[in-house]
Write a protein that binds this ligand. Structure first.
Ligand code: S3P
Length: 431
């Protein structure tokens, strides 16, 4: 067989190590930015056009949701046009599939709308904590009911007249910040979010770029009742998707990969700093407003300590960084990583199991993930746990694993954020 083989139903991937990864890529549009572009276009009174959107299922769920809320969404080639403005009560429950970002950001908008919206998702979304958005939205005056005493989806939100709050989220989360700020666009007075640790800044950056009333000062973001104006926007590449190729290049000997047009900004560059500290041979070249070209060549790595305050800035990249840590010389500690338990899967557990399957030692000590390092990876069977980032992280690990093929089950989840992952892998292996 070739280096990769996919089962007929697309859910089981067989992958074996091969030659180096060499090539130039563009990754899909950033998932976080794509969600926000769609939601803000849905709120803007007029026609917005967005190109370069993420082609993943999560973003498709947000596009369908704004349609269900009354926006007119049309696609033509790479451009999506959205006529937004007045939102109306959806005729049925909105299903966000696997997308935690969709449900939490939509909850913020639903809280401002004078009707009832039901938001639910797949089994993974319905297990994830929703009290972190429900609580501030209730304080703002929305009615939020849900499963498990209102703590989990499906959520039923009856919105209306909101009042601004001054809120310090108990967990560092850009989704929570985003939900409260979006609700703040509908509220009387000022809505302030104070972050203990800064998270990705897309909501406030895009609200400002599209003309809403937002102010950022130190660790505070404040909004007042306003709407974005219709806009034209190109979504930059997703750094969290580029991370797979940066780690791939650094762990597969002889590799050199370049990824073009990647977003670079607050809350998204943490993995590059960690890889640099580990000794990765990285180049980061500015290529536009908050955009860079990333280059990486194989290099030996050393273990490092990642402090808890860094974790929100690399929350989605820890699974693939754990693969890099497995082959590094010496242990790597990811401190304060407990939030990983609440992602698409319990990622602390999925990472431990995946590393063990490939012959690498790791443990969880409280909220610290310790990857012992120095592993000679070997092929094995990895359970993707229905989690796109776990499946892709261990595909990258398999590329550096000796032995027969590695089998990754649950591969279909990759469609969540990166449907073209295997095509991009083929590009790097053939060129
Ligand atoms: C996201 C924020 C992060 C991240 C998720 C996307 C966003 O989640 O894990 O993939 O777009 O705001 P948290 O806000 O829960 O940390």
């Amino acid at each position: 067989m070739g280096p990769v083989g996919l089962s007929g139903d697309g859910d089981v991937l067989a992958v074996r190590a091969g030659g180096p990864l060499r090539g130039e890529l563009r990754v899909p549009g950033d998932k976080s930015i794509s969600h926000r572009a769609l939601l803000l276009a849905g709120l803007a009174d007029g026609i917005s056009s967005i190109s370069g959107l993420s082609d993943g299922a999560d973003v498709a769920a947000t596009a369908a949701a704004i349609g269900a809320l009354g926006a007119a969404v049309e696609s033509s080639g790479d451009v999506l046009s959205v006529r937004g403005g007045e939102l109306r009560e959806p005729q049925s429950a909105i299903d966000v599939g696997n997308s935690g970002t969709s449900i939490r950001l939509l909850a913020g908008i639903a809280a401002g709308c004078p009707f009832s919206t039901t938001l639910g998702g797949d089994a993974s979304v319905n297990r994830r904590p929703m009290d972190r958005v429900a609580e501030p939205l209730r304080l703002m005056g929305a009615e939020v009911d849900g499963a498990d005493g209102g703590r989990r989806a499906p959520l039923r939100i009856t919105g209306g007249r909101l009042r601004g709050i001054n809120w310090q989220p108990p967990v560092a989360s850009a989704q929570v910040k985003g939900a409260v700020l979006l609700a703040g666009l509908f509220a009387d007075g000022e809505t302030v979010v104070r972050e203990r640790v800064p998270t990705r800044a897309h909501t406030e950056e895009m609200l400002a770029a599209f003309g809403a009333d937002v102010r950022v000062a130190g660790d505070e973001v404040a909004v007042r009742a306003s709407r974005p104006a219709p806009f034209e926007f190109v979504v930059p590449g997703d750094p969290s998707s580029a991370a797979f190729w940066m780690v791939g290049a650094t762990v597969v000997p002889g590799s050199e990969v370049t990824v073009h047009d990647v977003y670079h900004g607050q809350g998204r560059d943490g993995y590059l700093r960690v890889l640099a500290r580990m000794g990765a041979d990285l180049t980061v070249t500015p290529s536009g407003d908050r955009q860079v070209r990333l280059g990486c060549r194989w290099a030996p790595l050393r273990g490092v300590t990642v402090a808890a305050a860094e974790v929100p800035n690399l929350i989605d990249e820890i699974p693939v960084l754990a693969v890099a840590a497995a082959v590094a010389d010496g242990p790597t500690r990811f401190e304060g990583a407990g939030e990983l338990r609440h992602k698409e899967s319990d990622r602390l557990r999925s990472v431990l199991e995946g590393l063990a399957a490939l012959g690498a030692a790791a443990e969880v000590d409280g909220d610290t993930l310790v990857v012992h390092g120095g592993a000679e990876l070997r092929s094995g069977r990895v359970e993707g746990a229905g989690d796109h980032r776990i499946a892709m992280a261990f595909c990258i690990g398999a590329l550096a694993a000796a032995g027969e093929e590695t089998i990754i089950s649950g591969w279909r989840s990759v469609a969540t954020s990166y449907p073209g992952f295997l095509e991009d892998l083929a590009t790097c292996r053939e060129s």
